[in-house]
Write a protein that binds this ligand. Structure first.
Ligand code: ATP
Ligand code: MG
Length: 361
């Protein structure tokens, strides 16, 4: 059952819904959502994690044996079982889970002919948002109906981006999908932030990718960098989030810092408590004068104009020991501005007229 008994003497972010999405596989979606959710719970928030991935990695990563899961989010999608009837405990106090089961793989097919199929999760989640401060959705690595349901039900999206050579590839497609969802299904959807994952401080490549992403997306990128950490990859095999497995490890400290940064961005914890910020430690923080998001060319001009920017770390140059980091097929300026929620952005020339999963909303 939801944590109705938790003390309420702290600021609430009542009922925020956040999808963790990137159609690219293995970029750290599940690791991020499990550990972010766990640290938010440890910060006293009431958190529900809904596992929307048929792989069930968030489910098993929180110690729930998928073979023992008799009812899962699949039953909510297909048989309208209320979410609160599916909630199970996790090892973290204050963190609850709606598990996934393998049958969820068939849900996309079963949902396809149903009316309002993109809005089923939104309707389901309405029944639980007053019982939680945060409801997270762990999305599968696709832009199919399950992810579209998550984006339709979400107030915002967190996008994990792996610090690797092809990091930005596919972002254009994700951005187009976000804009489609906003245009047709969920106008309130915003980008909560991009999380840079598996950052390896020993390589120029990680630094270059991080710098490139920050040039494109400015303050939409969380300052906290998630390092590559063997402890983070071990923790799920023990069915534990990192806060219970190795709370002093660099990966644990990073996810704790990420949770605090998220709370701080919402103005609910003092700035002094943000702790260890990977970006600050690596000299990667953005100048505050930078526009939140701008077109790649504009952003580069600002970055090179800004005093101190890029001076403390290697930059992406052809002289680097690896090929230059590929840009996302740069999304249009308007699309990026739209993503940033810029009030004065011109109407975005985003993809229009495309269908979701073969049908219009
Ligand atoms: N910071 C990290 N350091 C080391 N390993 C990591 C880190 N983050 C994730 N991993 C590992 O990388 C793999 C992919 O991570 P994860 O499952 O979180 O990605 P995902 O985007 O959810 O994948 P999928 O697209 O399959 O759902 C996992 O084995 C995970 O343990
Ligand atoms: Mg996953």
């Amino acid at each position: 059952m939801p944590d109705r008994d938790l003390p309420l003497d702290r600021p609430l972010a009542l009922g925020q819904t956040i999808a963790c999405a990137n159609q690219k596989g293995g970029v750290g979606k599940t690791t991020t959502v499990v550990n972010l959710a766990a640290y938010l719970a440890l910060e006293g928030r009431r958190v529900l994690l809904v596992d929307l991935d048929p792989q069930g990695n968030a489910t098993s990563g929180l110690g729930v044996d998928r073979r023992q899961v008799h009812r899962s989010i699949y039953d909510a999608f297909v048989d309208d079982v209320p979410l609160q009837d599916l909630v199970v405990s996790t090892p973290v106090q204050g963190l609850r889970l709606v598990p996934a089961a393998i049958g969820l793989a068939g849900a996309e097919v079963e949902l396809a002919p149903l009316p309002q199929r993109e809005r089923r999760l939104a309707r389901l989640v309405d029944g639980v948002t007053d019982a939680y401060d945060y409801v997270f959705f762990d999305c599968p690595p696709s832009l199919g109906l399950l992810t579209v349901n998550a984006l339709t039900a979400a107030d915002s999206v967190v996008v994990p981006l792996q610090c690797e050579y092809y990091a930005l590839e596919g972002l254009t497609q994700l951005i187009a999908t976000l804009n489609l969802v906003r245009d047709h299904l969920n106008p309130r959807l915003e980008v909560k932030g991009i999380v840079l994952t598996m950052y390896d401080a020993r390589t120029n490549l990680s630094a270059d990718v991080a710098a490139e992403v920050r040039r494109h997306f400015g303050s939409k990128v969380f300052e906290t960098l998630i390092p590559r950490s063997i402890r983070l990859s071990e923790a799920p095999s023990f069915g534990l989030p990192i806060c219970l497995y190795r709370p002093e490890s660099p990966g644990a400290l990073a996810y704790r810092a990420l949770a605090r940064e998220l709370l701080e961005r919402e103005g609910v914890v003092p700035g002094s408590s943000t702790g260890n910020r990977g970006a600050a430690a690596e000299g990667l923080s953005q100048p505050s004068a930078s526009p939140p998001i701008a077109g790649p060319d504009d952003a580069r001009r600002h970055a090179s104009d800004a005093p101190g920017t890029g001076s403390t770390r290697p930059s992406a140059t052809p002289a680097a020991s690896h090929p230059p980091v590929p840009h996302a097929d740069p999304p249009s300026v308007a699309t990026l501005s739209e993503l940033a929620g810029a009030a004065d952005a011109p109407p975005p020339p985003v993809v229009r007229g495309a269908d979701f999963a073969g049908g219009r909303a």
